[in-house]
Write a protein that binds this ligand. Structure first.
Ligand code: AHN
Ligand code: ZN
Length: 337
């Protein structure tokens, strides 16, 4: 599908000009006097939600990608191979990080760079690890069961893999870095209420923001995707995003509305969420927003009823939401000059 709004516009004042347009202007053609040629950004490709859905499914098929599990290792290798197959220059950041419980966890941030030499860049990110505990499950006996992370983890990564595939087919005017952060979801579980949870989330992004994969790394802005596959998700403005990156939030929500996905993106304030965009804003000092659901009518969590439960599985992934978010992100990428 061609998005007419973003197709290169040739504005001709005369019928002759119009005919020239229909005949097609050759490469070296010079517009006649009085004709205006407006160079537009690259036309936005169409985000394929079936493809994104498959990428979500493939991650979930490894099993829960909890830190240091076999599924985690295998899925990490697969993510690297996927990004490389899409033509990205891949860098891995591997190190140990210390969890709230004193455990030393192996961390593996995976970064795919498109047009690495382009100085005009944007950053897209999602976490790829799974939570080891379904501690928000209504049934207490599930609290120590790891989650499938179909929405919480795999959905954001799945959307970004499809974005990567589209970038390979249609190069945008800017460079794009896709970062899959590790160890986001090892925050203090609810069954340990006495432990201070501040700083226990987002260990991979804290690490990257303190030592980016490229010295003096910079990007115009960042977009974090977190839980972008739930049915009828509503993405209100997340509080820290509006605080640190108001212009980016406005740009993204505007693109969503222009693309026909306004129902997913109410232009209203939501709550503040500690997430991977915080270290990016506060430590790396790159304005970064978070696209994260805030559900008005959910009983178990404002992130949705499957959040940190054993129901965060493929049954609750909706292609329409993946499409709304993925197409919006593509519109943003391809409108950058
Ligand atoms: C807190 O619950 C403090 N932050 C949510 C971050 C998160 C967990 N995103 C996905 N899972
Ligand atoms: Zn989570």
């Amino acid at each position: 599908m061609i998005n007419l709004r973003n197709v290169c516009l040739f504005l001709f004042p005369t019928l002759g000009g119009l005919l020239a347009c229909c005949g097609g202007m050759g490469k070296g053609d010079v517009p006649k006097t009085g004709e205006t040629v407006q160079k537009a950004a690259v036309a936005t490709p169409s985000f394929n939600a079936d493809s994104a859905y498959r990428y979500v499914e493939e991650q979930v098929a490894f099993g829960p990608r909890t830190p240091d599990s076999d599924a985690h290792h295998a899925c990490g290798d697969w993510l690297v191979a996927q990004l490389e197959a899409f033509g990205a220059v891949v860098t891995e950041q591997c190190d140990k990080v210390t969890a709230f419980d004193g455990k030393q966890l192996p961390m593996r941030n995976i970064i795919g760079a498109f047009q690495p030499d382009n100085r005009k860049r944007i950053l897209l990110c999602a976490h790829w690890d799974c939570r080891p505990w379904a501690d928000n499950d209504p049934d207490k006996k599930n609290h120590h069961t790891p989650v499938d992370g179909a929405n919480d983890g795999a959905s954001g990564v799945g959307v970004l893999l499809e974005v990567a595939r589209q970038i390979q087919q249609t190069q945008p005017s800017i460079g794009v870095d896709i970062i899959f952060f590790d160890v986001e979801d090892y925050g203090v579980p609810q069954f340990l209420p006495e432990v201070d949870s501040e700083g226990s989330w987002c260990l991979g992004s804290q690490y990257w923001a303190s030592s980016p994969h490229v010295p003096d790394y910079n990007a115009r802005f960042g977009i974090l995707l977190d839980m972008v596959g739930g049915k009828d998700a509503t993405f209100f403005y997340e509080g820290f995003s509006k605080h640190y990156a108001p212009a980016i939030a406005d740009k993204v929500w505007e693109k969503a509305h222009q693309s026909g996905f306004g129902q997913y993106f109410p232009k209203q304030a939501g709550g503040y969420v500690t997430d991977d965009h915080l270290p990016i804003n506060r430590i790396a000092r790159i304005p970064c927003i978070d696209i994260i659901p805030m559900m008005v009518d959910c009983e178990l969590s404002s992130f949705g009823d499957t959040w940190h439960t054993v129901n965060d599985n493929m049954e609750h992934i909706d292609r329409n939401t993946l499409k709304a978010v993925g197409q919006t992100v593509l519109e943003v990428i391809y409108s950058e000059k």
